[in-house]
Design a protein around this ligand. Sequence first.
Ligand SMILES: Cc1cc2nc3c(=O)[nH]c(=O)nc-3n(C[C@H](O)[C@H](O)[C@H](O)COP(=O)(O)O)c2cc1C
Length: 170
Amino acid sequence: MSFLELAKARYSCRMLTDATVEPEKIERILQAAIAAPTAKNLQRYTIWAIKSPDAMSKLKQTTKFTFGAGLAFVVGAKKDGAFDRPFDNKNFAEIDAAIVATHLMLAVQDEGLGTTWVGWFDAPKLQELFPEMRDYELIAIFPVGYPAENAKPAVMHTKRRELSEAVVEL
Ligand SMILES: Cc1cc2nc3c(=O)[nH]c(=O)nc-3n(C[C@H](O)[C@H](O)[C@H](O)COP(=O)(O)O)c2cc1C
């Protein structure tokens, strides 16, 4: 599958099974994530792999969007130590973490699994339940699993602006 085909085949999969995801798939997904570029290569992010039933049940207390998955990843950005652009002091931690998260999301697709980028979650509660996340901006949760038999893209998936509207040639 070409990259364009992969990018177009991906959709927010909101019906997952809790069938075990093979460790080698998890390993490849995480390898793809850490291959992401970061500003000045500072890599100030952490990916938490939520694997145990106890950790999953804590995660479920913070969001309604877990879609039946038995596995999830949380991506956090650490502002402290990330690149600060000198002209305007813009901190790049969240940009870096979003690139990592995008690699992860597309790698999930590449493994024949499904996920959705979840931004709707109670971040302070997540930090209370997982104190190791306290020093981070929590940018995304990815519930991951095999797509359920009747999983399909939502209507929104088909709605994209035309190239002519999204891209301006100068
Ligand atoms: C930053 C971000 C946050 C999102 N948060 C949620 C969320 O909390 N719950 C959800 O069901 N979908 C969430 N989505 C998925 C979007 O709704 C979805 O990507 C968009 O509608 C396009 O559909 P598609 O992913 O199927 O192409 C999020 C996507 C992004 C990029």
